[in-house]
Design a protein around this ligand. Structure first.
Ligand code: HEC
Ligand code: HEC
Ligand code: HEC
Ligand code: HEC
Length: 432
């Protein structure tokens, strides 16, 4: 096997065994079934097909292989997905970047490199090979940390620990003019405003929304960004403090728990040092979670309406000069909603920023809808159709996604390609 070498297992058994134990975190939630409105907001993008909550690191390769968004045979004459989708799943990604060049790797097809992928998130993703020294093997992360003036090799171990997580738990996009290589858009900084400014000045969009014709942006798990501006970061509390606390083995040896998972399970040896009452913290967290969720549902509802109102305006003959401001309101409002909600654990990491993002999104989308109402009036449109999207199935029907056909194609792909030719890590959790 390429990267999973025996030495780490025998040399560092505690770290190895706890790393292995993330396979116990097997639960995931179907986010589109829970929030069908997301299917409308992401219509035209692959996120509308399937989207699940994250689970243990041991599933990283199998989950990206089995999800409907990625991993199907490439259609005749089409380009297929970039191999960049492997970047945050496996140490084989930085290895292949070294071998093929960064753009050689990103320009390759996702499925064509499937047979090269032999490990999930592993020691060498965070450490210099065979040692405890922390490392940042992904070039996009090295560049990004330098952009925000926190170059990896100049940081203390505590910040380096957060940065190793930040290689993957960070927002990014594929740079079209650089063979779809992964780029972290932090030229102006790492807030939603800074990143939006970068995308807007470059007139960048990920896809055109098929309902409202909005040039859309997509945020992806900006946990590092939110944490970096939190009270915890200020107090020197990092991802490692909460997600990889100290542990002791049978013989009394201390080590770092590598079963990266639920922070609250470690209350006694992490949070307790600063917060005496678990009950009080749980209550505060539950309150913050509810507050953010309520606002998020409110934004989703407004955005769904705005997308359909824009469609009604286009259908009635609206033109770009008339629509521009309303469409930009949808783009910017949905960006802020996404920058909040794509960040897992936001209510615990930085609820203040989460609330501010959602408040601003409400403001932007409300203004957009006011403009749309004026346009619709001007065009004599009296009624807008808001289809029933109360379940995942209904929302999929509205956007015309044939889930059965996509699933059948996936089964074929797994049977013909993955089962026959790929490493068993690509089937972790999906074994028959
Ligand atoms: C997701 C990142 C990540 C992965 C994967 C990872 N480590 Fe670590 N490891 C860390 C961090 C962070 C620390 C703590 C560094 C510190 O604070 O000093 C650490 C600490 C260590 C240490 C120092 C002793 C200790 O326990 O604190 C050893 C040895 C070690 N890891 C070995 C391994 C081995 C072996 C693997 C693979 C089985 C592995 N690590 C996988 C991030 C990782
Ligand atoms: C090489 C990329 C990579 C690195 C480095 C990485 N992660 Fe992850 N992490 C992932 C992926 C991918 C998933 C989702 C896996 C899935 O759902 O199949 C994930 C999932 C998680 C989860 C969810 C676990 C669960 O059981 O719900 C937590 C928490 C997490 N990571 C924290 C961290 C922390 C803390 C660090 C740094 C010590 C870190 N990760 C480093 C890629 C990475
Ligand atoms: C103050 C402690 C703390 C710090 C610091 C922290 N986290 Fe978390 N994290 C949490 C808590 C608490 C949750 C919510 C757990 C839950 O909902 O069950 C969470 C949730 C998560 C999740 C989602 C897990 C899931 O299954 O939905 C990920 C991923 C994650 N954190 C990664 C990180 C990364 C990466 C960093 C650093 C950039 C970080 N965390 C910093 C406490 C912390
Ligand atoms: C090294 C100290 C330290 C550790 C460890 C720590 N925190 Fe904190 N926590 C703080 C500080 C400092 C604040 C900010 C207090 C303030 O400004 O009011 C804070 C604030 C919070 C808040 C917001 C409280 C409120 O009333 O608004 C929550 C929730 C929280 N922490 C949860 C956790 C959890 C969960 C863990 C463990 C997974 C944890 N913290 C670990 C220092 C810590």
């Amino acid at each position: 096997m390429a990267n999973v070498d025996e030495t780490n297992q025998t040399k560092f058994p505690n770290q190895y065994q706890t790393w292995l134990a993330t396979s116990e975190q097997a639960d995931k939630e179907d986010m589109l079934a829970a929030y069908p409105a997301n299917i409308i907001l992401w219509a035209g993008s692959s996120f509308a097909k399937e989207y699940n909550s994250p689970r243990g690191h041991q599933f990283a390769v199998a989950d990206v292989t089995h999800i409907l968004r990625t991993g199907v045979s490439v259609e005749e004459g089409k380009k297929g997905l970039s191999a960049s989708c492997w970047t945050c799943k496996t140490p084989d990604a930085p290895r292949l970047m070294n071998e093929m060049g960064i753009e050689g790797f990103s320009g390759a097809n996702f499925t064509d490199l499937g047979t090269e992928i032999k490990s999930v998130v592993y020691c060498s993703d965070c450490h210099e090979d065979g040692s405890a020294k922390l490392a940042l093997p992904r070039p996009h992360a090295q560049d990004a940390m330098a952009k925000i003036k926190l170059p990896f090799d100049k940081q203390n171990t505590s910040m380096q620990g957060a940065q190793v997580c930040g290689q993957c738990h960070v927002t990014y996009y594929f740079q079209p003019e650089r063979s779809d290589k992964v780029n972290i858009p932090w030229i102006f900084g790492s807030t939603a405003d800074d990143i939006e400014k970068y995308y807007d000045t470059r007139r960048f969009y990920e896809w055109i929304h098929p309902i409202s014709k909005t040039p859309m942006l997509k945020a992806r798990h900006p946990e590092f960004e939110h944490w970096s501006r939190s009270k915890h970061a200020e107090a020197g509390v990092t991802c490692i403090t909460c997600h990889m606390p100290p542990a002791t083995d049978d013989k009394g040896n201390e080590f770092t728990d590598h079963k990266v998972g639920n922070a609250l399970e470690h209350f006694d040896n992490t949070c307790k040092a600063c917060h005496s009452s678990q009950q009080a913290i749980s209550k505060t967290l539950a309150k913050k979670k509810q507050q953010i969720n309520t606002k998020a549902r409110q934004v989703e509802d407004l955005l769904v309406k705005a997308h359909f109102e824009a469609k009604a305006a286009w259908d009635a003959g609206a033109t770009w000069p008339l629509m521009n401001d309303a469409i930009m309101g949808i783009r910017h409002g949905q960006w802020r909603w996404d920058f909040a909600m794509a960040s897992h654990g936001l209510y615990a990491h930085n609820p203040e920023e989460g609330n501010a993002l959602l408040d601003k999104a409400i403001e932007q989308v409300t203004l957009s809808r006011t403009l749309l109402a004026m346009i619709l009036k001007q065009l004599d449109v009296e009624k807008v159709d808001y289809p029933d999207i109360s379940t995942k199935e209904k929302a999929h029907a509205v956007i015309g996604f044939d889930k059965d056909a996509a699933e059948a194609a996936k089964v074929m792909f797994i049977k013909d390609e993955v089962d026959k030719h790929w490493h068993p890590v690509a089937r972790q959790g999906y074994e028959n």
